[in-house]
Ligand binder design. Structure first.
Ligand SMILES: Cc1ncc(C[n+]2csc(CCOP(=O)(O)OP(=O)(O)O)c2C)c(N)n1
Ligand code: SF4
Ligand SMILES: [Mg+2]
Length: 313
């Protein structure tokens, strides 16, 4: 992967958080995305949220798939753990890492192609299992990296830059996440940092499957009239949900669908379960991270194994 390292210079007057870190300590390499790509704004919001939460970068694991969106973990949290996996496979890699070491903060970064097409099953199972993670989809309605073909989140009736009409129904990942039991569900817009930063911070602090769909305009091929993921369209049709009861899953789904039928994009925190738990609680795993257990903790011994085998005969 091509990258440009950032100069190490720190201005002495930069604002510091509780740990004494500046924003620079949460940055990564210089982005190689197209100038103006919405994904870079999401990167900036992730950096801001981690700075504000005074997170120790070495406690974060950022996992992604393949796509322009999945490249972005290279551009933030340069001192964190990271794994750029295979197209659509971020959720299973993240689930495995989380089961092995529950002590890290898991940030799953994906695209609409990565999560709504090839990785749709992976997305669904990680959400329904309640993996403790902040799962962010940078949603531009296209396969950006491969030059802008419609993805499964492209709205029916939206037009490509060359005028081709999308005739397929769209998958709304927020609606699916709600239906599958995600315990924190939000939608935002890459251009609205004031809304996005607290949503990311909330997702990071939430215990359980937190999902945020971030509409992220694609300046190269999907920012024209006729696209429902362009800057202008989202600004005109954005309807923030400040008055919705965020603890009502069914209410959130119907609110979402009523607005979608009118062509409006609902943004904000749609649902949060204040008593949520996660996959480790469901599986009743031990409190210590599994990757730190010694062989004697993991093996019950031959007498116990003999007993289990006898019970199965
Ligand atoms: C198994 C596999 N199939 C197809 C591809 C080609 N491919 C690379 S990125 C991509 C789509 C990326 O779209 P999205 O996840 O929406 O990311 P974006 O670039 O739009 O941010 C595809 C189809 C691949 N790399 N691997
Ligand atoms: S090709 Fe599209 S998604 Fe990729 S960096 Fe450029 S504008 Fe962003
Ligand atoms: Mg995309």
């Amino acid at each position: 992967m091509t990258y440009i390292a950032k100069p190490k210079f720190h201005h002495p007057g930069l604002k510091k958080n509780e740990l004494g870190f500046t924003h620079r300590d949460y940055e990564g390499k210089i982005s190689t995305l197209c100038a103006g790509c919405g994904h870079d704004s999401i990167t900036a919001s992730i950096i801001e949220a981690c700075f504000e939460l005074s997170i120790e970068p070495h406690r974060v694991a950022k996992i992604s798939g393949i796509g322009c969106s999945s490249k972005t973990p290279d551009y933030f949290l340069g001192n964190s753990h990271g794994f750029n996996s295979v197209h659509g496979r971020m959720p299973s890699v993240l689930t495995g890492a989380n089961l092995a070491n529950r002590e890290l903060i898991y940030l799953g970064v994906s695209g609409d192609g990565d999560s709504a097409s090839i990785g749709f099953g992976q997305f669904a199972h990680s959400i329904r299992r309640g993996v403790n993670m902040a799962y962010i989809v940078e949603n531009n309605g296209v396969y950006g990296l491969t030059k802008g073909q419609f993805s499964a989140t492209a709205d029916r009736g939206s037009k490509s830059k060359k005028g081709v009409l999308n005739t397929d129904n769209a998958i709304d990942l927020v609606a699916i996440a709600l239906q599958l039991g995600a315990s924190y569900v939000a939608r935002s817009f890459s251009g609205d940092k004031n809304q996005l930063v607290p949503l990311i911070a909330g997702a990071i602090q939430h215990k359980g499957a937190a999902f945020i769909d971030v509409v992220s305009p694609f300046v190269a091929f999907n920012n024209h009239a006729g696209s429902t993921k362009s800057f202008d369209y989202v600004r005109e049709h954005n309807d923030a949900v400040n008055r919705l009861d965020a603890h009502d899953r069914v209410g959130a789904l119907s609110f979402l669908q009523k607005h979608a039928a009118k062509g409006q994009i609902v943004t904000g925190l749609l649902y949060v379960d204040p008593d949520s738990d996660d996959l480790h609680a469901h599986l009743n795993t031990v409190d210590a991270p599994l990757n730190g257990l010694a062989a004697k903790d993991l093996c019950p011994g031959s007498a116990a194994l003999d007993k289990i085998n006898a019970s199965l005969r």
